[in-house]
Write a protein that binds this ligand. Sequence first.
Ligand SMILES: NC(=O)c1ccc[n+]([C@@H]2O[C@H](COP(=O)([O-])OP(=O)(O)OC[C@H]3O[C@@H](n4cnc5c(N)ncnc54)[C@H](O)[C@@H]3O)[C@@H](O)[C@H]2O)c1
Length: 251
Amino acid sequence: MPQRLTGKTALVTGAAAGIGKAVADRFAAEGARVIYADRNEAGAAEAAGSAPDRRPVAMDISDEASVERAFAELGEAGWRPDVVVANAGVQLFGHDAKAADLDLEVWKRTLDINLTGTFLTLKHSVRSMLESGGGSIIVTGSPTALNGEGNEFTAYSSSKAGGHGLARAVAAAYAKDGIRVNIVVPGYTETPLVTAISDDPESRAAIIGRIPLGRAGTPRDVEGIMVYLASDDSAFATGAEFRVDGGMTTL
Ligand SMILES: NC(=O)c1ccc[n+]([C@@H]2O[C@H](COP(=O)([O-])OP(=O)(O)OC[C@H]3O[C@@H](n4cnc5c(N)ncnc54)[C@H](O)[C@@H]3O)[C@@H](O)[C@H]2O)c1
């Protein structure tokens, strides 16, 4: 494995499972010190394991006190991140719905984590990076932010579109401070998030039918672009969207 992230400290939210865990593991394999952040404290600890270059931190991104506490703890321990992947998110299958059928509570729960939580992650990442002299922030976006893919997921699509807008605003506001912010758009990626689709042969076939490359994505598919955006190879990229979706959003 090339060591493209040697000397960097990276924090990944939602690192107990799915895309976040794969990216965190890959960053460590590429030479970074990695912080596994998740509201699932036991899951983060298990994912981080006992290697000295990895540490877990409890962080509920929808709770500002929790985010602030985690950044303070990391700063005191000498683990201030140069790279932050704002990746944690939820999709409330079975509850999220077309607008006319959508319960306000489901809307609020989704927005609280996916949009407000991403805002709080970026707010405290930027504060920390302003003190340390810059860094790279990566927001995990979604095809549902870009096209009609999420027409039955009003809250999720709206929260992800908000995340894309937030990333662009923060990118423009802090470029002069050496803080870059980019968006990675995974396509349909088989993780615990989407078992409602992957466990149902009909739904799975229907979604794969809309992917030009003809298969589901795996968390591994998302790692390479994350390494590029975390590394200095991407020094001139900010405010941009990078799609790793098997071509789904070209349709
Ligand atoms: N899987 C897909 O098909 C897909 C496609 C596009 C985008 N995404 C996005 O990728 C990101 C990761 O998704 P995934 O598929 O790996 O999901 P996942 O459910 O497998 O993992 C999500 C992780 O986030 C954590 N989390 C949830 N709420 C949290 C909170 N409030 N604070 C801290 N941690 C929290 C969970 O505990 C879990 O460990 C999400 O933002 C999701 O919207 C996923």
